[in-house]
Design a binder for this molecule. Structure first.
Ligand SMILES: [Zn+2]
Ligand SMILES: [Zn+2]
Length: 683
C-alpha cells in the first residue's frame, strides 16, 4: 500500500455492516457505493484518502444466531467478516482496511474512552430494573426483548429502538415486552448500569449542528428537533458476555452497548491502518477532512452519540466534517423484506449480472438525500441498455473501432476546426469542471447525469460528422472523439470499477489515470490505440424476466404479480417510445391560477404552491425554489396536470403537477399567451 504525501487528507468511513447476515442492495445504495465512488474520486484527484470499514461484531442478535448455529460468537463473526469483504470486493468496493469492532485496537480505544468520559464526569451509575427471563434464567438486554414501540406503536420492535419510526429508547420503555427466545413476558430485576449523560451535550451539539454547513439540512432539522424535545441520558451497559468488557471491577460480567463501541471503530481502524504503515494515525485523523457515510436509519447515533462522545474526551479525536446520509432502497415500490423474499441479495445479483451494471444503475437513481430509492428490474434494464450500452458504450466502441479499421489503429491528424469542432472541443474542455462540482458536493447522480449527457453529445457530433463517408472534417472528428473517449474513461472511473481498466488498455495510454487529465486533449495524432473490444453487453428481456419471476414467486401477495409486472413493463415501454392517443387523453391538463406560494420548510428546492383550477384549489409541491420566488408566482396562469396520483413530498401532499420548460439550468413555467379562465382544458 502506498501512502502519498499530498496536502489534502481525507478519511472516508462506511457504516459498519452487522456481522450477522448477507449484504443486500439496500446497504449498498445508502452507504457503500456512495462511499466507494467518493473514495475513488478522491484518489483520482490525488488526495491522500483512506477508506475504512469493519464488521460490527458484538450484540445480542449475533449471540443468539451463533448459539443457534452451535458456533462460538468469535467464529461466527469471523465468517461474516470474510464473506462481507469478498462480496464487497466482487462489487468493486475497496477499503484500505476492513477491520472489526472486536479487534484489540478497538477494545483498547473503547475502554480508554470510557475511562476518560468517567473521569470527565460524563458518566453516572444508576440502578435500573433489567428484564430477566425466569424461564431462560438470564438477563435480557435490548434485543432479547421485543415488543411494541412506545412512540409509533409498531409491533415486534427491539427494546433499544424502533426500525419503523427511527426513535431510540431505553430498555424498559418498550410496551408488551416478551422474551425473544421463549416468548415469556420478562420479570424485572435490579442491575447497576452506567449512563452516558447525553443531555449535558445538548448545547454543544446544537451549536455544532447549526454551524456545520456541510451537514444536510433535511437531516439536521429533525436532529435539532430531537435536541429541542430534550435528549435522554443513555444506558451504555449490557448484562451480557459478548461485547467489550467495561473496565472497572464493579461492572464485572457486563459489557458495553454496541453503539458505544462500534463508531469508535472508525477511529481505531484508521489509526491501526496507519500504524501498520508507520504513520501517526491520530495525527492523520485530526488533520483530515472526515466523512462518515451512513443510511438514514442510524442518524441518531451518528449525529448525537458519536459527536457527543468525542466532545466528552475533549476532542482528542476530531468530529466529522460530513455525514452523507441516504435513504432506504425499495424494490418495485415495496419495502425490502428478506423474510418475505422481497429482496435482492448482493451475491445473487453478482451471480447473474456484471458488477458495474449495478454500480451504474444504483448511482443513477440514488440522490444525495434521505429520500428512498426504488430498484426496478425494468428500469435497470432500460438504463443499462439505453444509457450504458447504446449511449456510452456505443460512442466508445464506434470511435475506437473506426480508428482501428479505417486508420490502422493510428489516431489521425486533425484538419482545421470549424464551428462544430470548436463547440465540441469547448464542451470536452468544460465537462470535467461541471462533473467535479457535483462530485465535491456528493451529488453523484447529478455528476453522472452530466457525463451521460456529454456522451450523448459525443454521439451526436460523431453522427453529424459522418466520418464513415471520409469527407472533410472526418479526421478531426476521430481525433477529438478519441480524446473524448479518454475523458469518459476518467470521468466514469469512480462509478465503474471493472470496465475502465480494459478501456484504458484499448486506448493504449501508459500513464496512470488522473482527474486532471480528464479534460485535456493529449492523445496526439499518430498515437496507436489498442485492440477495440465491446465493453458493455445488452441485457436481454429473458434475463430480466427471470428475476421478476423470482420476485413474483417469492411473494405473490406483494402488489406486483407476474402478470402485473409484465403489463407494467409493456406500458412503460410504450410511454418511453411512443404514447398512444389513449395514453395522452388519460392525462388531464388544465390551466390554473397560482393563489398562494411559500417556501417549503426544510427544503432549498421546493415551493408549496396553491393553484385554483376552476372551483377546486389544489396543492403542488414543485421544485421551483431555485428559479422563482413565491411572489413571482402569485397570480400567474400555469399549465398543470391534475389527475396524477397524489404524492407525499416532505410530508406535504402534492396533488397536481406544474409544467415547465427545462433548458439546462433554466426553468420556465408554461403560461397561456392569452388570458383564459381557470380550469380551462389543455388539449
Ligand atoms: Zn416506532
Ligand atoms: Zn425466555
Amino acid at each position: 500500500m502506498v501512502i502519498n504525501t499530498k496536502d489534502k487528507k481525507v478519511v472516508v468511513t462506511s457504516a459498519l455492516p452487522y456481522a450477522n447476515g448477507e449484504l443486500h442492495l439496500g446497504h449498498i445504495v445508502s452507504t457503500y457505493l456512495p462511499s466507494d465512488i467518493f473514495t475513488r474520486y478522491c484518489k483520482l484527484r490525488g488526495y491522500d484518502v483512506v477508506h475504512i470499514c469493519a464488521t460490527d461484531d458484538f450484540g445480542t442478535p449475533i449471540l443468539i444466531r451463533a448459539e443457534q448455529e452451535k458456533k462460538t460468537p468469535e467464529n461466527y463473526v469471523d465468517y461474516w467478516n470474510k464473506k462481507d469483504l469478498k462480496d464487497f470486493s466482487d462489487l468493486g468496493i475497496k477499503f484500505d482496511l476492513f477491520y472489526k469492532t472486536s479487534s484489540k485496537e478497538n477494545v483498547d480505544l473503547t475502554q480508554d474512552f470510557f475511562i476518560k468520559l468517567k473521569k470527565n464526569g460524563h458518566l453516572e451509575k444508576r440502578t435500573i430494573k433489567q428484564s430477566y427471563c425466569d424461564n431462560d434464567k438470564k438477563f435480557l438486554p435490548d434485543r432479547y426483548v421485543i415488543g411494541v414501540c412506545p412512540y409509533c406503536g409498531s409491533q415486534d420492535q427491539y427494546s433499544d429502538g424502533c426500525e419503523k419510526c427511527g426513535q431510540t429508547f431505553q430498555p424498559g420503555e418498550i410496551k408488551e415486552a416478551k422474551c425473544a427466545i421463549c416468548g415469556t413476558p420478562p420479570i424485572q430485576r435490579k442491575s447497576e448500569h452506567f449512563f452516558f449523560k447525553l443531555s449535558q451535550f445538548s448545547d454543544s451539539l446544537k451549536e455544532w449542528l447549526e454551524n456545520n454547513k456541510n451537514l444536510q439540512d433535511e437531516v439536521k432539522n429533525y436532529v435539532l428537533s430531537w435536541i429541542k424535545d430534550g435528549l435522554r441520558d443513555w444506558d451504555i451497559t449490557r448484562d451480557l458476555h459478548w461485547g467489550i468488557p467495561i473496565p472497572v471491577s464493579e461492572a464485572e460480567g457486563k459489557v458495553f452497548y454496541g453503539w458505544f463501541d462500534n463508531h469508535l471503530c472508525y477511529i481505531s481502524s484508521t489509526i491501526s491502518y496507519f500504524t501498520r504503515n508507520d504513520i501517526n494515525g491520530k495525527e492523520f485523523w485530526n488533520s483530515a477532512e472526515i466523512y462518515h457515510f451512513i443510511g438514514k436509519d442510524i442518524v441518531y447515533h451518528h449525529y448525537l452519540f458519536l459527536p457527543a462522545m468525542r466532545m466528552g474526551v475533549n476532542m482528542e479525536y476530531k468530529l466529522p466534517d460530513h455525514i452523507p446520509t441516504r435513504g432506504h432502497l425499495m424494490l418495485h415500490g415495496n419495502k425490502f423484506s428478506k423474510s418475505r423474499g422481497w429482496y435482492v441479495g448482493l451475491r445473487k445479483y453478482l451471480d447473474n449480472f456484471p458488477a458495474d451494471y449495478l454500480r451504474y444503475y444504483l448511482a443513477t437513481i440514488t440522490p444525495f438525500s434521505q429520500s428512498d430509492v426504488n430498484f426496478d428490474w425494468n428500469d435497470f434494464q432500460a438504463r443499462i441498455n439505453n444509457e450504458l450500452v447504446a449511449n456510452i458504450g456505443n460512442f466508445i466502441h464506434r470511435t475506437l473501432n473506426f480508428i482501428s479499421s479505417r486508420h490502422q489503429g493510428e489516431v489521425p491528424t486533425p484538419e482545421e476546426y470549424d464551428k462544430m469542432d470548436l463547440e465540441f472541443e469547448t464542451e470536452l474542455l468544460n465537462i470535467t469542471g461541471k462533473v467535479n462540482k457535483y462530485l465535491e458536493k456528493n451529488e453523484f447522480d447529478r455528476a453522472l447525469k452530466n457525463i451521460i449527457d456529454f456522451s450523448a453529445n459525443c454521439n451526436r457530433y460523431f453522427q453529424h460528422r459522418e466520418p464513415w463517408k471520409g469527407g472533410k472534417g472526418s479526421k478531426t472528428c476521430l481525433y477529438l472523439s478519441v480524446n473524448a473517449v479518454k475523458t469518459l474513461a476518467i470521468l466514469l472511473d469512480p462509478y465503474l470499477s471493472f470496465s475502465i481498466e480494459p478501456l484504458w488498455r484499448q486506448l493504449n495510454i501508459k500513464v496512470t489515470r488522473k482527474w486532471n487529465l480528464a479534460s485535456t486533449i493529449d492523445i496526439a495524432p499518430g498515437h496507436n490505440i489498442g485492440k477495440p473490444k465491446i465493453l458493455f453487453r445488452k441485457l436481454e428481456n429473458s434475463e430480466i424476466q427471470k428475476q421478476k419471476d423470482k420476485l413474483a414467486k417469492a411473494n405473490p401477495r406483494v402488489k406486483l404479480s407476474e402478470k402485473e409486472l409484465l403489463t407494467r413493463n409493456s406500458t412503460k415501454k410504450k410511454t418511453m417510445t411512443e404514447a398512444s392517443f389513449d395514453d395522452f387523453t388519460r392525462l388531464d391538463f388544465r390551466i390554473g391560477r397560482v393563489v398562494k406560494a411559500n417556501y417549503l420548510e426544510g427544503s432549498e428546492k421546493l415551493l408549496k404552491v396553491q393553484v385554483n383550477i376552476g372551483k377546486e384549489k389544489c396543492q403542488a409541491i414543485a421544485g421551483l425554489a431555485e428559479h422563482y420566488s413565491p411572489e413571482d408566482l402569485i397570480n400567474q396562469l400555469v399549465a398543470v396536470i391534475v389527475n396524477l396520483q397524489p404524492r407525499k413530498i416532505f410530508g406535504e401532499v402534492s396533488e397536481v403537477m406544474l409544467l415547465a420548460a427545462v433548458d439546462g439550468s433554466k426553468v420556465s413555467l408554461l403560461n397561456p399567451d392569452k388570458e383564459v379562465s381557470e380550469g380551462s382544458k389543455v388539449t
